[in-house]
Design a protein around this ligand. Structure first.
Ligand code: 6R9
Length: 664
C-alpha cells in the first residue's frame, strides 16, 4: 500500500504531463492557455473592471452596484456593496425565467437507492413555501438559523429558504456531537434550528433530533425559539410543545410564492464553522454577492458546466464544498445535480460507480480520501472496480479537500477517467468561498498532484516568513496578495481574530494567509500544496484543530495532559495520534486498551466521531522544553514511527521519548 502514501518529494519530482484532450478543449468555456492568460491579464490591468464586468454578467441584481471594491477598512474588504440582490432568486427564479423551469435541478438518491427528481419549478415552490413558513415563525432578515440536517432535498431547500428571506444560515455537519452543535448554536446566536428526526447512512438510522434536544438542554440556547423537524424516517423522537414543529406541517398551507428579501451584496449569506489553531472553531462569515459570483463562475470555469451536464459533488452540505458546489453554484448555473444521502461503501464499494452509471453523471467531484479507500476496496474485490460499470458518461473529474498523491491521481485518471477525462485538482478553503487554484479542464496541461495555477483574478504567491516573494523552486508560505469577491468577510463575533489569523501584521496586514505551505515548480511555475503550516489536521479531508481535540481529551476526568499530532495515513491522508498523560498511573496492556477506547468514545461525544484519535499512547509525561512547551515536533516524529535525529538537548526530560516510542 506504500505507493498510496507519496511523500512531498515524489510530488515535487513529478514530471508526467497530461495536456487537455483536443475535443474537450474545443468546446470548453476557457479554451487553451491563451484564453486563460488573457483573463489573467485583464485582471492585472484593471482589477476592479475585471470583477465588475463578471459580477454584472453573471448575477441578476435587483439594484445594480456602482462600487466594485471598497478598501477603506482593510482587511474588511467590501465588494459590490451598494448593489442589492438575493441568492435564492439567482438560483431559482432566474431559472424559471430562462427556460429551465421543467429541467431537473436535483436528482436525489437515498441511502436505499430510492430516487427523487425535483425540477427547478418544484424546487422554487418548495423553497418559497418553506421561506413563508420560516417567516410565519417570525424569522426575519439578519436572524441566524442553524441547519443540522442529513443530505436531502430538504437540506438544500432549508439553505435556499434562509437565503430567500435574508436569514443567515449556519449549517452544522450531521456528524458533530451535541456539544459541538451547542457551541455553534450559542456562538452564532441562532433563533431556530432546522433538523430531521434521523439520518440514514449505510443502512443505519442515526439520531439528529435527539442530539438537538441534548444540545439545547446543555444551556445558553435561550434564543432558539423553534426547532423545525423534517420527517425522514418516522423514528421515535421527543417533542417539545410550543418549540418543535414538523416541516411538512409548517409548509402545508404556505403559498408557493415568496417575494425574495433584497439584501446588500455584503449581507451575510452564511456562517460556517471551521477549525483553526486554537481550541475554538471559527465562524467563517461569507457575503451574498461576492460569494455567489464565485460559486457560479467557478462552475463555469473549473467545471466547464454545460446545459446537459449531470453534475455530482459528493460532499456533505455541512462542509463548504457542499455549500458552493451543491447548494449554490450548480443551481445558479441552472445545472442538473445529484444529491446523495448515503456513503460510498454501501451496499458495496461500487456505489459511486453504479450511481454514475444509473444517472449518467458527466462531472464527478470527490475527495482523495474517498478515492484512496475505493482503490483499496477494488483491489480487495474486483467486482466493485469502476471499470466493471458503464461510466462512459463521465467527461470531467475533480478532487478537493486535501493533496492528492500522484499514484491515487493516476488510478483516478486511468480507471475512472478512462484516460480521457481531465482531472481538476481544486485547492481552496472554507475561507475562500470557492476554488483558488485549479487546472482549467480545456486549457491547463495537468501534472498529477499539482493544483497547477491560480484562477484568473486570484493573486496567489509564495513568500517567506517576512512576506517577501520567494523564487520558483523554493517552498514557503502560500498567500493571496489581493482581495477577491468570495473571500471570508470576518470571523463571526471576533473581528480581531479574523485580522490576526488571516491578515497578520508580520506580513504587513494586507496579505491573506491561507495557512498552507506551497512550492512552485521551477519550469512550469505550477503550485503544489505541501500541507498546513499551523496546528490544523486534515483527516479524510475534514479540517480539525489539534487544540480542539486536546481540549476534548483534557476535559475527561482521567486525563491530566494531552498532545495531538497528525501522522501520515494511507487512506485518510492524515490520522490523529494522541499522546496522553493520565492523572493516575500510566496504564499498560489491557487496561491501556480499555482506557484508550473510553477516551476515543469520549472525543466522539465531545466533538464528533470524525475527531476520534486513531492511536492513543500513554506516557508518564510529555516531551517538554525547559520552559514547559510541549515539543510537538518530536511527537510527530514518534507518531510516524521514525527515529529521532533532532537535537533533544533542550528537553527537560529526554528519557520520556523512549517510553512514548511504543504504542500502547
Ligand atoms: C475546500 C476545503 C481547507 C484545507 C486547505 C488545504 C486542504 C483543500 C486541497 C487541499 C491540497 C487541494 N486542501 N483542497 N490541499 N490540494 N486540492 O477543503 O475546505 O475544509 O476549509 O479545508 O484543505 O490544507 O487549507 P476546508
Amino acid at each position: 500500500m506504500s505507493d498510496l502514501q507519496n511523500t512531498q518529494d515524489d510530488v515535487k519530482a513529478e514530471n508526467r504531463i497530461f495536456p487537455p484532450p483536443a475535443e474537450f478543449a474545443a468546446k470548453a468555456a476557457i479554451s487553451g492557455m491563451d484564453a486563460y492568460h488573457a483573463l489573467c491579464k485583464e485582471a492585472e490591468q484593471d482589477y476592479e473592471g475585471f470583477w465588475g464586468r463578471l459580477a454584472k454578467e453573471n448575477l441578476t441584481w435587483h439594484k445594480p452596484f456602482e462600487s466594485v471594491l471598497n478598501e477603506s477598512n482593510v482587511p474588511f474588504y467590501r465588494w459590490f456593496e451598494d448593489g442589492l440582490l438575493n441568492a435564492s432568486y439567482n438560483c431559482l427564479d432566474v431559472n424559471l425565467q430562462n427556460g429551465n423551469a421543467e429541467k431537473v435541478a436535483l436528482i436525489f438518491e437515498a441511502d436505499d437507492g430510492t430516487v427523487t427528481k425535483v425540477t427547478y419549478r418544484e424546487l422554487h415552490a418548495k423553497v418559497c413555501q418553506f421561506a413563508n413558513g420560516l417567516k410565519s415563525l417570525g424569522i426575519v432578515k439578519g436572524d441566524r438559523v442553524v441547519i443540522y440536517m442529513p443530505m436531502s432535498v430538504e437540506g438544500v431547500v432549508a439553505m435556499q429558504a434562509c437565503a430567500r428571506i435574508g436569514a443567515t444560515h449556519s449549517v452544522v455537519f450531521g456528524g458533530f456531537s451535541a456539544k459541538s452543535l451547542q457551541e455553534r448554536i450559542v456562538d452564532v446566536g441562532a433563533v431556530a434550528v432546522i433538523t430531521a428526526d434521523e439520518q440514514v447512512r449505510g443502512g443505519k438510522h442515526l439520531p439528529l433530533k435527539s442530539i438537538v434536544d441534548e444540545a439545547i438542554a446543555m444551556g445558553d440556547c435561550e434564543k432558539v425559539r423553534n426547532v423545525v423537524i423534517y420527517r425522514r424516517t418516522g423514528g421515535q423522537i421527543g417533542f417539545t410543545a410550543g418549540r418543535d414543529l414538523w416541516m411538512h406541517e409548517l409548509v402545508a398551507n404556505q403559498a408557493a410564492d415568496c417575494e425574495p428579501e433584497w439584501v446588500d451584496a455584503e449581507h451575510p449569506l452564511f456562517i460556517l464553522y471551521t477549525s483553526g489553531s486554537t481550541g475554538k472553531p471559527k465562524g467563517v462569515q461569507h457575503s451574498t454577492g461576492g460569494y455567489l459570483l464565485w460559486a457560479k463562475l467557478t462552475m463555469k470555469w473549473t467545471f466547464d458546466i454545460k446545459p446537459d451536464d449531470v453534475f455530482w459533488c459528493t460532499a456533505d452540505i455541512g462542509w463548504v464544498t457542499g455549500h458552493s458546489y451543491i447548494a449554490y453554484g450548480p443551481l445558479a448555473m441552472g445545472a442538473t445535480e445529484i444529491v446523495f444521502e448515503g456513503v460510498p461503501t454501501y451496499p458495496n464499494a461500487g456505489r459511486f460507480w453504479s450511481m454514475i452509471e444509473k444517472h449518467k453523471a458527466t462531472i464527478f467531484y470527490t475527495a482523495p480520501t474517498a478515492i484512496r479507500s475505493l482503490i483499496k476496496a477494488s483491489d480487495a474485490d474486483p467486482a466493485v472496480h469502476p471499470l466493471k460499470y458503464d461510466i462512459s458518461s463521465l467527461r470531467l473529474l475533480g478532487s478537493v479537500g486535501e493533496p492528492i498523491n500522484p499514484e491515487a491521481w493516476m488510478w483516478y485518471h486511468r480507471n475512472v477517467g478512462q484516460e480521457r477525462c481531465p482531472i481538476v485538482d481544486t485547492f481552496w478553503q472554507t475561507e475562500t468561498g470557492g476554488h483558488m487554484m485549479t487546472p482549467l479542464p480545456g486549457a491547463t496541461p495537468l501534472v498529477p498532484g499539482s493544483c497547477t495555477l491560480p484562477l484568473p483574478g486570484i493573486m496567489a504567491a509564495i513568500v517567506d516568513e517576512t512576506g517577501n516573494d520567494l523564487p520558483n523552486g523554493q517552498g514557503g508560505i502560500l498567500v493571496v496578495k489581493r482581495p477577491w469577491p468570495s473571500m471570508i468577510r470576518t470571523i463571526w463575533g471576533d473581528p480581531e481574530r479574523f485580522k490576526k489569523s488571516y491578515f497578520p501584521e508580520e506580513f504587513g496586514g494586507k496579505l491573506y494567509l491561507a495557512g498552507d505551505g506551497a512550492i512552485r515548480n521551477k519550469d512550469t511555475a505550477y503550485f503544489t500544496i505541501t500541507g498546513r503550516i499551523d496546528d490544523v489536521l486534515n483527516v479524510s479531508g475534514h479540517r480539525m484543530g489539534t487544540m480542539e481535540i486536546e481540549s476534548a481529551l483534557v476535559a475527561n476526568p482521567l486525563v491530566a495532559e494531552a498532545a495531538v499530532v497528525g501522522k501520515p495515513d494511507d487512506t485518510t491522508g492524515e490520522a490523529i495520534c494522541a499522546f496522553v498523560v493520565l492523572k493516575g498511573a500510566r496504564p499498560t496492556g489491557d487496561e491501556a486498551k480499555k482506557i484508550a477506547t473510553e477516551l476515543r468514545n469520549w472525543v466522539a461525544k465531545e466533538i464528533g466521531p470524525i475527531a476520534k484519535p486513531k492511536e492513543i499512547r500513554f506516557g508518564d509525561n510529555l516531551p517538554k522544553t525547559r520552559s514547559g512547551k510541549i515539543m510537538r515536533r518530536l511527537l510527530r516524529v514518534l507518531a510516524k514511527g521514525e527515529a529521532i535525529t533532532q537535537d533533544v538537548s533542550t528537553l527537560e526530560n529526554p528519557a520520556i521519548l523512549e517510553q512514548l516510542k511504543q504504542a500502547q
